[in-house]
Ligand binder design. Structure first.
Ligand SMILES: N[C@@H](CCC(=O)N[C@@H](CS)C(=O)NCC(=O)O)C(=O)O
Length: 276
């Protein structure tokens, strides 16, 4: 287990507020101050990635401890005794579990730091939370067999279903989120002009969604099928505080191979011909 202090490269002298698109502004805003924040994580986990994106967007510095799924630390097991999963954010000794909960927590506890992630209007918040839940309930769960399917057919079929879920984002989520953000049909992000909850939650899966083609031969983020989602993905990936934590495709593909071997699953080669 490696332990190191993670501070976002700009965190000491910049924050990611309304100037997210123009770039960071000088002058450290209210950061965690005397607050002690430590994240227990795993670099490849989309759930950990979303917690890190939220902390980075809030301009908060935090300690980061890389966990191993095979040798969980006592701290992790004590901090998340129910699920024993990462991420866990430990704030002044108190654990906060579940990634979406962590995103909301840092936004609520550090309102003056960085940018707001959740909308202030209760209805807009409800809409954002609906789509954020949909990411985990529908998109992530549909994608899981791409990672651990035991046949190529299973993987390809899962990837194909993922495209259908992304089409729902294309057709409904952009419209609904932008309606709640003043009705502009083509806001840059689900959160409007700056990123919000749905961007953080969906965006944390981008690395794996992009690795899907190398894993099983199916391109799931495809400008021909979902042009709005594809363009959004490019914009989101480029943001400071995001680009540093979304892993490279090659590294994710390698991680998948190692995990499959550990799970006793066959190493399957990409097989697009199964779709034809
Ligand atoms: N619903 C949880 C999911 C977290 C999760 O599944 N974490 C995985 C890593 S991707 C984990 O820690 N797995 C450990 C295990 O299953 O033993 C969240 O949103 O935080």
């Amino acid at each position: 287990m490696c332990v190191y202090r993670h501070t976002h490269p700009h965190a000491c002298h910049a924050h990611y507020g309304r100037n997210l698109i123009e770039g960071p502004v000088e002058g450290r805003q209210d950061m965690a101050g005397d607050e002690e924040l430590t994240l227990l994580g795993l670099w490849a986990s989309p759930f950990v990635i979303r917690a890190r994106i939220a902390l980075n967007l809030k301009g908060l510095s935090y300690g980061y401890t890389e966990e191993s799924l095979y040798d969980k630390s006592d701290l992790l097991v004590r901090s998340n005794p129910v699920h024993k999963k990462v991420p866990v954010l430990i704030h002044n000794g108190k654990p906060v579990c579940e990634s979406q909960n962590i995103v909301s927590y840092v936004d609520e506890v550090f309102p003056g730091s960085g940018q707001s992630i959740l909308p202030s209007d209760p209805y807009d918040r409800a809409v954002a939370r609906f789509w954020a839940s949909y990411v985990d309930d529908k998109l992530y769960s549909t994608w899981v067999p791409v990672f651990r399917g035991s046949t190529s057919k299973e993987r390809v079929e899962a990837a194909t279903r993922v495209i259908a879920v992304l089409e729902t984002f294309e057709q409904r989520a952009f419209g609904e989120c932008s309606r709640s953000n003043g009705g502009r049909a083509m806001a840059a992000f689900f959160g409007g002009d700056s990123v919000g909850l749905v961007d953080v939650v969906l965006g944390s899966l981008l690395g794996w969604l992009q690795a899907t083609e190398a894993i099983c031969g199916v391109k799931v983020i495809d400008a021909a099928r979902t042009p709005l989602v594809a363009a959004w993905a490019e914009r989101f990936r480029a943001i400071d505080g995001v680009k540093e934590v979304i892993p490279d495709v090659a590294r994710l593909v390698e991680y998948n191979k190692v995990r499959r071997a550990r799970l006793g699953l066959p190493l399957l080669l990409p097989s697009v011909e199964l779709l034809q």
